[in-house]
Design a protein around this ligand. Structure first.
Ligand code: CA
Length: 350
């Protein structure tokens, strides 16, 4: 709301009053969601589809949590559930760039906790997902935010097919990576682990990039009290989300002894909806491609500099530093309760 105080002279009378009006709403921001749905992908997708700040231009599907075919079926069912069959849903890569696919069907073979959704009411878009990404980025230059929620295969393919995409996207806000320990092994986060080569292409591709890693989901635990709030309201999306989240809360309590479920993908979507939810730090991030114990690690240089070594006699000595340009805004914190409130509010009654 903006307000102006005005002074109007009518004859010999001076009238002082104020005018107030709502600021014009910001135009919805165009996003493409690249996804391997996936329980937490499903929550992120429903959050996006119920957020007026965003205009979802397409869902592109990548193998990860589930196979490409299962992911496509899930994505089509999710847009149908939200009544948004107008959104193109395209299939993309069927496997990572160089290595075998490693799925994570821990949340039932369908990836959606076995909670059956009604059949999809739309068919897949015939375009190949990376081609669709290139097409839309060119149609809306500097307007598209890419939101990858799975392995980065499709995004890397799009950048490889048309490197100009890097300069034409508004930004990439991805869920992936970790700077303080992984969830696959000691250091690697699943989305990066599944296709490290693709991830390195994306991190070095020159797009404005925000990395929302494991740290952020771990800080935004969806707890029993949040579940109770969502269970009080009803609607087809609300009820599906409540069942998925109940499954995740139970799983995380029993299997991982957590006090709630980390909502990894939704935190990235939350940051796209409201950037003020997260705090970030500029870092140079490389993806480890060769480490014996560290393949798939997002190696974050906080100093944005490298020590220079020079020969001296039979050894090398450090001699100053060389700058290393940062390539990622790495999320370091989230206003968890405000994010969880956003998620619940957007899904309540839908
Ligand atoms: Ca995902």
């Amino acid at each position: 709301m903006r307000a102006w105080t005005c002074r109007v002279v009518v004859g010999t009378l001076t009238v002082v009053g104020s005018l107030a009006w709502a600021a014009p709403p910001e135009a919805p921001r165009r996003v493409i969601i690249d996804t391997d749905p996936g329980t937490d992908d499903a929550m992120a997708i429903l959050l996006a589809l119920n957020s007026p700040e965003l205009k979802v231009e397409a869902l592109t599907v990548v193998p990860g949590n589930v196979t490409a075919a299962q992911g496509l079926e899930n994505a089509l069912k999710l847009v149908s559930l939200a009544g948004r069959t107008d959104i193109p849903v395209a299939a993309g890569a069927q496997a990572p760039l160089l290595q075998k696919l490693v799925t994570a069907e821990t949340h039932a073979p369908d990836g959606l906790a076995g909670i059956s959704l009604p059949a999809a009411r739309s068919a897949r878009d015939p375009r190949f997902a990376p081609d669709l990404i290139v097409e839309l980025v060119h149609r809306y230059p500097h307007e598209i935010t890419l939101v990858p929620l799975g392995p980065l295969t499709n995004i890397a393919l799009a950048l490889s097919r048309d490197p100009s995409v890097a300069g034409l996207v508004k930004e990439v806000v991805l869920m992936g990576g970790a700077i303080s320990g992984g969830n696959v092994d000691a250091v690697a986060e699943y989305n990066i682990y599944v296709d490290p080569e693709a991830a390195q292409v994306v991190f070095q591709g020159g797009c404005p990039l925000t990395m929302v890693g494991l740290e952020i989901g771990r800080k935004a635990l969806f707890r029993r009290q949040h579940l109770a709030r969502l269970q009080k309201t009803h609607g087809s999306q609300n009820d599906f989300a409540a069942r998925v989240l109940e499954y995740l809360v139970n799983l995380c309590e029993k299997k991982y002894a957590l006090e709630g479920a980390p909502l990894y993908d939704p935190t990235a979507m939350g940051a796209v909806i409201d950037r003020s939810l997260i705090r970030t730090q500029l870092m140079h991030v490389d993806v480890e491609l060769r480490g014996e114990f560290t393949r798939g690690e997002t190696v974050a240089n906080r100093q944005n500099a490298l020590n220079r070594k020079v020969p001296r006699g039979d050894r090398l000595v450090f001699d100053g530093t060389e700058p290393l340009a940062p390539n990622a805004h790495v999320a370091t914190d989230i206003d968890a309760e405000r994010f969880l409130d956003l998620l619940i509010t957007r899904l309540a009654g839908k």
